[in-house]
Design a protein around this ligand. Structure first.
Ligand code: NAG
Ligand code: NAG
Ligand code: NAG
Ligand code: NAG
Length: 400
């Protein structure tokens, strides 16, 4: 199974490199101070690159990959092989880990998983530890042992940075995950910490009781432009460590962690979806992991689930100024590099599986497309989750 995924991905990787090179040119361009005109120019250039890349991809589909995938999906995989019959292996990935990233819609997915676990009879363990993503070596081994001892098939999910099972000679499970536009995620988290979510006006008082009013009502532009820790690195380096792993360097913003995260995605993740295209993510999960995710889309769209997930966004939220957004974008350049990488991979996977891309590959970060925030962002507001990385909640205000 792993080999098939790897083969699939290695082919995808080659194309990606070329795109990566083009993108880094533009990132380099972006790193200069620019006037709105330059900005417009750069965005047009990006658009051109992306269209060209899309065109390039459309011409290069390999049907063999579909066959491999079909095999992978579990129809007569083992029987017609010449090799020895494998010893009691379930004919589908029976160990799945979803190391969910905060504020990327995982709450929605976990709600769905509860329904699915009952329907398809798999073990679902959703950890309620929300504030401990990195572990000591001892804790890592303990957790991995516990996970691998769950009754199969199982799906384990927790907010935790990637765990390297094979390093400790434990069978490596299949990983899945969902991420989202880094600035959207950041904004969601920023306002969630302050004002809670749809569950009620007083929600935040329970969630962050220690927060002073000064903190709570801190203007996000001030936070960004005056370099408050909450709006600076390393705190903005958030998504990559989930994919990089438990190594301390995984939390240092830089190329090392970025590249390791990418490599890890290619080697260990069956799918990393993007929240902006959640329905397609669910559809792909349904195709790739049918024993876990069959019917997920119909459940997601059913009125009963809608009622359950009735989360009307009431969070007070406003968009930072364009200037602040640009600063943020600069500070999150590694996060964006990773996000674009994931988005490209995801679109390729969609194409390989024969799913029409509903959303065009946007040349801009989606926060720019989402203007004005009041309309588009309301949808994403539904995806807020209940967890919070509060470990630094009380010392975040240390002045720069
Ligand atoms: C593993 O499971 C045991 C028994 O349920 C529990 O006591 C322990 O805390 C778990 N360890 C980790 C790291 O989750
Ligand atoms: C995981 O561990 C294996 C074996 O030690 C090693 O080869 C691999 O590079 C590790 N991967 C990550 C991402 O840590
Ligand atoms: C569900 O949504 C409706 C309107 O969309 C709202 O009036 C109602 O209060 C919501 N229920 C809950 C429990 O949030
Ligand atoms: C995590 O949260 C629990 C309570 O929910 C708290 O007892 C614990 O100290 C927190 N751990 C960290 C590392 O912040």
């Amino acid at each position: 199974m792993k080999n098939t995924t790897r083969e699939l991905f290695s082919r995808i990787k080659i194309k990606h490199r070329e795109r990566g090179a083009r993108r880094s040119v533009c990132l380099a361009l972006l790193s200069f101070r620019f006037s709105p005109r330059d900005y417009g120019f750069c965005m047009s250039a990006l658009l051109l690159f992306c269209l060209a890349s899309l065109f390039y991809q459309w011409n290069g589909g390999a049907p063999r990959i579909l066959i491999e995938l079909r095999q992978y999906l579990g129809e007569s995989t083992f029987v017609d092989d010449h090799g020895p019959y494998p010893p009691r292996v379930l004919p589908f990935p029976s160990q799945v880990v979803y190391n969910r990233v905060g504020k990327c819609g995982s709450r929605t997915v976990v709600l769905l998983l509860r329904v699915l676990a009952e329907r398809h009879q798999f073990t679902l363990v959703s950890s309620d530890i929300h504030n401990k993503t990195r572990l000591s070596k001892h804790e890592q081994v303990g957790l991995m042992r516990n996970i691998s001892n769950l009754p199969k098939p199982f799906l384990f999910t927790r907010h935790v940075h990637f765990l390297n099972f094979s390093r400790f000679r434990i069978e490596q499970p299949v990983y899945i995950n969902i991420i989202r536009d880094p600035i959207s995620r950041f904004l969601s988290n920023y306002f969630f910490r302050r004002f809670g979510d749809w569950r009620g006006e007083q929600n935040h008082l329970i969630r962050t009781p220690g927060m002073k009013d000064f903190e709570r009502y801190l203007d996000i532009n001030v936070c960004i432009l005056e370099n408050y820790p909450e709006c600076s690195n390393p705190r903005l380096f958030y998504i990559i460590p989930y994919f990089c792993g438990q190594h301390p360097q995984c939390r240092e913003p830089g190329v090392w962690a970025l590249e390791r995260a990418k490599k890890n995605v290619l080697e260990n993740y069956l799918l990393v979806g993007i929240l902006e295209e959640l329905e397609d993510v669910l559809l792909l999960l349904e195709r790739l992991l049918p024993h876990f995710f069959s019917d997920v889309l119909s459940i997601y769209k059913s009125p009963d689930y809608r009622k359950l997930g009735n989360m009307t966004g009431t969070v007070k939220k406003h968009m930072p100024t364009l200037r602040a957004l640009q600063v943020l974008y600069q500070r999150m350049k590694y996060e964006y590099d990773f996000y674009y990488f994931i988005r490209d991979q995801f679109h390729l996977m969609k194409k390989k599986i024969g799913l029409k891309s509903t959303a065009p590959s946007a040349p801009q970060p989606s926060f720019l497309l989402n203007l004005p925030p009041a309309t588009q962002d309301a949808d994403l507001e539904e995806e807020l989750e209940e967890d919070e990385d509060l470990e630094d909640a009380h010392n975040w205000l240390v002045q720069p």
